[in-house]
Design a binder for this molecule. Structure first.
Ligand code: PLP
Length: 346
């Protein structure tokens, strides 16, 4: 059976061009700074994000952690959204390992945090309070349906940050999806960020790795923090080779994933018992709700699985998520919708 796996864009496997580049990669010891392929990837990442420097890390989680450890000291406070990946899915790593305190404010449905609310959350200088240090934004916003944050919004947050001398980190795991959705470049979305991390291992289809980007000084400090969390890798050029192909060949095609997501959403919206607004789908993530009494999210997912379609139940309530990616074609979406109709019919 042909499996249409819509659980996540992390399921993407390296392309033949990536395999070939990995096999042929020139490598050295990156902890000595001597891996030419890795150095090239870091230069490319800095270039693409408009930052002075970049650092290869093993995952998005490591990128966000190393960034927080670099911006903040113990007892410092970050301001981040209640639906953010950093708050939700990273084990509270910044608190556990860095003594960094999270201040949570609500994410709006489109993934933004109201700049006025951010401002209200910033602590005055007082012995009772932690020191506000860092604002963390997420672009595109995973739990808010893959919505992109545009440059105007970034600017409005940056104005607040500058007024109070705070830094901004962007969790840009899917920043290339944001750029594709907004028909702009990553550089302009990163302009107001002091640091930005992005994943190679999601829609860009590389097997492993993320890049943390920022000023030369910031990246030099981040390099130390990467080492302390065990992220100093040796002949990592093998991985970087795939990352270079990802940046060269895989960013332009993301709009295909977005078109497929929109097609999926439009089809799902017509199915009785499923609820979503297709207009709200801006990138490759489709959240939808089951509105029927007689079926649970788990049950629906299991029914779909039996017919070769995989999605994941992701609360609250009867919410599920489907993500389009490199291995999903428009024809797959047509087929997946047929399976949805069959499983929900009985
Ligand atoms: C996937 C993801 C991460 C973390 O990525 P890993 O590589 O799985 O650690 C961080 N932020 C967002 C928004 C993500 O979707």
């Amino acid at each position: 059976m042909h499996i249409i796996d819509l659980r996540s864009d992390t399921l993407t496997r390296p392309t033949p061009a990536m395999r070939a580049a990995m096999a042929a990669a020139e490598v050295g010891d990156d902890v000595f700074g001597e891996d030419p392929t890795l150095n090239r990837l870091e230069e490319m990442a800095a270039e693409r994000t408009g930052k002075e420097a970049a650092l290869f890390v093993s995952s998005g989680t490591m990128g966000n952690l190393v960034s927080q450890l670099t911006h903040c000291g113990r007892g410092d406070e970050t301001i981040l959204g209640d639906q953010s990946h950093v708050f939700y899915y990273e084990q509270g790593g910044a608190s556990a390992l860095g003594g960094i305190h999270p201040r949570i404010i609500p994410n709006l449905p489109d993934g933004k945090m109201d700049p006025a609310e951010i401002e209200t959350a910033i602590r005055p200088d007082d012995v009772h309070f932690p020191r506000s240090r860092l604002i963390i934004l997420e672009n595109t916003h995973n739990r808010c349906g893959g919505s992109p944050l545009n440059a105007d919004y970034m600017q409005s947050v940056a104005q607040v940050a500058r007024r109070y001398n705070l830094k901004i980190h962007v969790d840009g795991a899917r920043i290339f999806n944001a750029a594709a959705a907004l028909q702009t470049d990553v550089r302009s979305l990163a302009a107001d960020a002091d640091s930005l991390s992005f994943c190679l291992s999601k829609g860009l289809a590389a097997p492993v790795g993320s890049l943390l980007c920022g000023s030369r000084d910031f990246i030099q400090k981040a390099r130390r923090n990467r080492k302390i969390v065990g992220g100093g890798m040796r002949q990592a050029g093998i991985l970087a080779a795939a990352g270079i192909v990802a940046l060269e060949e895989m960013t332009e095609r993301l709009c295909e994933d977005h078109d497929n997501a929109r097609k999926l959403a439009e089809g799902l919206a017509e199915i009785r018992g499923l609820s979503l607004n297709p207009e709200s789908i801006r990138s490759n993530i489709v959240f939808f709700d089951l509105t029927r009494e007689d079926m649970g999210a788990q049950e629906l997912a299991q029914g779909l699985e039996k017919s070769g379609v995989r999605v994941i139940p992701l609360g609250p309530g009867k919410r599920l998520r489907a993500v389009t990616h490199y291995h999903i074609t428009s024809e797959d979406i047509t087929q997946a919708l047929a399976v949805f109709r069959k499983v929900t019919a009985g």
